[in-house]
Design a protein around this ligand. Sequence first.
Ligand code: PL3
Ligand code: FE2
Ligand code: FE2
Length: 253
Amino acid sequence: MNHGSDPMPTLETSTSADPSLDPKGPIEGVTLPDFSAESYKDAYSRINAIVIEGEQEAHDNYMALATLLPDQAEELGRLARMELKHMKGFTACGNNLGVTADMPFAHEFFSPLRNNFQVALKEGKVVTCLLIQALLIEAFAISAYHIYIPVADPFARKITEGVVKDEYTHLNYGQEWLKSHFEESRAELEQANRENLPHVRRMLDRVAADASVLHMEKEDLIEDFLIAYQDALTDIGFNPREIARMAAAALLG
Ligand code: PL3
Ligand code: FE2
Ligand code: FE2
């Protein structure tokens, strides 16, 4: 990955609680795209829509989880509200660039994970719902936002830096719940991983060409996603061999 620490001229100087984000602005080896190019705006119309739709669905998913975990309703409601704030932030990013988000594309993009979440919800499968939303979708968001920050326009960069900190608290929420129910959740987690990780891989494949127009490389997205996801699985209680087997599901799907 290309997170260097060269003291280049700065875009802005906000510091971040996340040490993997370089607060010094442009990084050696990173060239910023032309944010006003038609090709940039075209790719952004789909990526921006994916992010807006993802944040909206994250809101809906936490509200749905609250019906399965009524004693957690207050905390889940708090997470859901953060997602709406993220959605508004990313809507502003599109408006700022004069881009119209392609929402029908994004709605279809999320349909495999949305459908699997809805089926699990109807069956009362909390563990599967948490794996899909709090682990897979949040890890996907964290990787995307990390890789986006160094190549974002200054307005979007500021917003994304704030959002990514929140996403860690969402990943952590799922992690803590699953950790404290590990033995009884293990089999369902493995099954849900097998059924959903291949969808994440296909989502990454589908977004790669547009992401590259934004100067985000697929290899970096995959690397960052796997780091966040594997860290979460380790914390929950899986051993390295089990995690390797779970990650391999992405190749088989
Ligand atoms: C959870 O809180 C939100 C889920 C959102 C999913 C985001 C997936 C993003 C994939 C595209 C990467 C580009 C990021 C650019 C940001 C404008
Ligand atoms: Fe979010
Ligand atoms: Fe989130």
